[in-house]
Design a protein around this ligand. Sequence first.
Ligand code: HAM
Length: 425
Amino acid sequence: MRFKVPRGTQDLLPTETWKWQCVEEIVRDVCDVYRYKEIRTPIFEQTELFQRTVGDTTDIVQKEMYTFTDRGNRSLTLRPEGTAPVVRSFVENKMFGYPDQPVKLYYTGPMFRYERQQAGRYRQFVQFGVEAIGSNDPAIDAEVIALAMDVYKRAGLSKLKLVINSLGDTECRNAHKTALIEHFEPSIDEFCSDCKTRLEKNPLRILDCKVDSEHPLIASAPSLAHYLNEESTAYFEAVQNYLGDAGIDYEVDANLVRGLDYYNHTAFEIMSTSDGFGAITTLCGGGRYNGLAEEIGGPSAPGIGFAMSIERLLLAMEAEGVSFEEEPSLDVYVIALGDDAKRVGAKLLHTLRTNGIRADMDYTNRKMKAQMKSADRLKANYVAIIGDEEVADDVVMLRSMRDREQEKISTNEVVQKILEKGKED
Ligand code: HAM
């Protein structure tokens, strides 16, 4: 029997993991600059956490969760997203009591959704996300958006579009909900069975139904923008002012609703506008979720955040032709010829490494020529050649691969020499 990676997942081989490490470093640097601290929560949570927060009429909860019962008969779910777990942790660990609010957190880790696999859409994907919990200031909304844009900028992307909207507060949403029910009810038989159940429970979800997206009533549905009350409008304007002051371009799209239930007020997405990008152009999504902490039994702690998948970020970099930094090359390749030389070589290799020098050697007893080829392929800066003669004299032949010059030096001076040369470079 042949085994394959499960559908919707992928192996990341060393050439790819290097790119991931580059991107993860950017993410860490940007979060450090904005003073967001890393949080790590478990890969699985109680199923009910997602049902209550993401919402039980959403596609994620209805169709996409990896839910299982453990041996203790508990229903657990591989996390489909990071916001609910982070807010759960915020409440459980009483972070609302921290003297400095909002608490600013970030995470990177795998998320799981049973979705149809296509370019940019996987069943296991890695999200980088941030959550700022404990403030209802429009300035923090702009900060979170700026952070996302900075990550993309640092990654070398320029073909981006930021789209924002306001989903208003509970009052606006209820007025909008009534209008949506009136709009869809007479023709609800033309919609899928999920939309029929959504009508009463959560008609907003009809707007992002994947099955009925082409139905003309979707395009003509009443826009939330008409139902925003004074307070929500003022909040939205303030966010836009802060974005404007930071020089961040955006478009307002009254149809942006987001696919998770916990949102209110600010919602945003960042798309790639690069020609080479596939059908799925959304790179990042986020928004405000006042009330989420209370929903799971905590005190009032308004929050905002976003998440982006590293996979889509890398696809966007590829589409824009961004080149990656070169991987650090090998400092020294040790070539030992013969059994005695091998022992001296292995000892030298160990000394080099314990001094922080990147070094390697051959373990298949190949001829000198083949080993030199390896040194070339590995882009070694130096080779340290040890044969019988060198063993007898307690020296090694140190050859620079750059100018091909070589000199015999005493074995215990090699480390010193390499460190000095490294400084000169
Ligand atoms: P979301 O819009 O469901 O929001 O996902 C955010 C991002 O995760 C997407 O824009 C995309 O980059 C990535 N993503 C989602 N599904 C997949 C997939 N199947 N394959 C690859 N990438 C995917 C959330 O998850 C919210 N928790 C975001 C948030 C944080 N809102 C507030 N704080």
